[in-house]
Design a protein around this ligand. Structure first.
Ligand code: UDP
Ligand code: MG
Length: 328
């Protein structure tokens, strides 16, 4: 049987690019239908992540005009990761597999068909992996690659050069939704799920219109969240660093005592002050990192909901279910 596909698109203030995105995704869906790769009741699900511009009005109008389009309006801005979860949760019971893709057309719409093919061949998770990053700025390219390397060095499992462009089967989505943590970092969790996976290479283009919703500040906090949600190795490193410094201090005390008894006076106040400042800095940094983890525990312990739904223009029920009803 042909799979019913859902394409989940998180949108935050995307009015400039949305009309183009709609056209391209609709076209891609139609092509896959024509090629008999997916069932005809496959649908697009646009998740409006509390946009302040005309994004929802555009989605709403598209839902009226085309029955393959559906929309989910969140009550406020909860961030890309939570918007994705909201979309997957809404789509899950109405599809066999779901692809998540950014609204700005940086991800290659044409790669969706290859993902569906891998799904039809038995894969539960298909990662979209960038074959090159030449369209990113020098800064973005290097910070992003440094981040993947750091994540791997710190022991978190992540797929190199894969962001949030991926296909998941219904049961993989169900497994994902069992992870109850509020602080979600999908590209760290999805590789942990297991299942049979595949990768699809694609070229990442430039943002088609509008501006990046990830300024440097948001990017840094996203990267920091990613690391502290997945690895306690920074805390281990701090512990080792503390031990090392204590050993160095013992050695220094021994040296000073020996100098004292052999009659050599110890000189150099400035170096002493500098070392005190240095150690003070190390301590503050260490406390700060430990504090980040404690803060995470605090946020998780509250178990707040990830998002609230304001409106849902749901896709039609499954065609096969409808025909079952008629038979009954
Ligand atoms: N996005 C979102 N909520 C946010 C920020 C971004 O849903 O708070 C969406 C955005 O509309 C886009 C995707 O997440 O579809 C990726 O954002 P963007 O393209 O701005 O990030 P970049 O590609 O620059 O990392
Ligand atoms: Mg983008």
């Amino acid at each position: 049987m042909k799979p019913r596909l859902a394409v989940v698109v998180p949108c935050y203030n995307e009015q400039e690019v949305l009309p183009e995105t709609l056209t391209q995704l609709r076209e891609a869906l139609r092509r896959m239908c024509d090629a008999d790769a997916i069932s005809s009741d496959s649908f697009l699900l646009f998740v409006d992540d509390g946009s302040k511009d005309a994004t929802w009005a555009l989605i709403d109008a598209a839902c009226d005009a085309d029955e393959t389009v559906s929309g989910l309006k969140l009550a406020g801005n909860v961030g890309h990761q939570n918007a994705l979860i909201a979309g997957l949760e809404a789509a899950k019971d109405r599809c066999d597999c779901a692809v998540t893709i950014d609204a700005d057309l940086q991800d290659d719409v044409g790669a969706i068909a290859r993902m569906v093919e891998a799904f039809s061949n038995g894969c539960d998770i298909v990662f979209g992996v960038r074959s090159d990053r030449s369209s990113d700025s020098f800064f973005k390219r290097h910070t992003a690659q440094g981040f993947y390397r750091l994540m791997t060095a710190l022991g978190a499992k992540s797929v190199y050069n894969h962001a949030d462009f991926r296909l998941m089967s219904r049961r993989a989505i169900e497994a994902l939704l069992q992870y109850g943590e509020r602080n979600l970092f999908l590209r760290g969790i999805v590789p942990l799920l297991g299942f049979q996976t595949a990768t699809v290479l694609y070229e990442r283009g430039a943002r088609r219109a509008g501006e990046s919703k990830y300024p440097l500040r948001k990017m840094l906090s996203f990267a920091f969240d990613g690391i502290t949600s997945f690895s306690i190795r920074p805390i281990t490193l701090i512990t080792w660093l503390g031990g090392l410094i204590i050993l160095l201090c013992i050695a220094a005390v021994c040296y000073i005592l020996v100098s004292y008894f052999t009659g050599h006076s110890v000189r150099g106040w400035s170096s002493m002050i500098l070392s005190i400042w240095f150690l003070g800095g190390v301590q503050l940094l260490s406390i700060g990192i430990v504090g980040q983890y404690v803060g995470k525990i605090y946020l998780e312990a509250k178990r707040r909901p990830r998002y609230h739904i304001e409106r849902f223009r749901a896709p039609a029920d499954r065609a096969d279910e409808k025909s079952d009803d008629k038979q009954a």
